[in-house]
Design a protein around this ligand. Structure first.
Ligand SMILES: CC(C)(COP(=O)(O)OP(=O)(O)OC[C@H]1O[C@@H](n2cnc3c(N)ncnc32)[C@H](O)[C@@H]1OP(=O)(O)O)[C@@H](O)C(=O)NCCC(=O)NCCS
Length: 153
């Protein structure tokens, strides 16, 4: 039985490894070790019975009432077992507890997020601040990610 739990210090190197691996074949932004350490409290992980980290997902607070789902990865061997959905749901639950009004994601897998209740939105409804990270993205400015949001109120 896989459990979804908050990330711990001992998970950082594995998180870095699976995120880095995923940047090669999926639309996942690289996260330097420094960024994972400083945002460790944002992360959920999926952990197998054997203690292996099978995936991660982060909830990052962006602005008043607004948070982002980031760094969603399930290792290829564990895909298709609902772990991605469960980690996003854990982020949504945490966002509700924090009083967040809207969650957003920038993604190219709209169907996955639509199943979880996210809806495509106009880029302009999101505050300018959230685009700051784009400058560090290898795909900037020709990115085809779609903004999607879920209203929690
Ligand atoms: C996207 C990802 C996290 C999904 O994880 P997963 O654990 O395999 O997905 P789940 O098993 O939870 O899938 C939940 C549902 O979404 C669907 N789904 C999964 N991946 C999908 C994809 N890439 N596109 C569309 N739908 C997808 C599944 O079919 C499933 O639907 P169902 O409930 O009707 O059966 C995983 O494929 C991954 O790590 N991909 C590479 C990194 C990536 O693209 N991250 C997202 C960046 S925004």
């Amino acid at each position: 039985m896989v459990k979804i739990r908050k990330a711990m210090m001992e998970d950082v190197k594995k998180l870095h490894s699976i995120i880095t691996q995923s940047t090669k074949d999926a639309m996942v932004l690289p996260r330097p070790l420094n960024s994972i350490y400083s945002h460790l409290r944002d992360f959920f992980v999926a952990e197998s019975d054997e203690g292996e980290i099978l995936g991660c997902c982060a909830l990052a607070i962006s602005w008043h009432c607004l948070a982002e789902v980031r760094s969603l990865v399930v290792v290829p061997e564990a895909r298709g077992s609902n772990l991605g959905a469960k980690m996003v749901e854990a982020c949504v639950q945490e966002a509700r507890e924090l009083g967040v009004c809207d969650i957003f994601v920038l993604t190219n897998i709209e169907k996955f997020f639509a199943k979880l209740g996210f809806e495509e939105t106009d880029k302009n409804v999101l505050p300018q601040k959230i685009w700051a990270d784009c400058i560090n993205c290898p795909l900037f400015p020709d990115c085809d990610e779609i903004p999607m949001t879920m209203n929690l109120k």
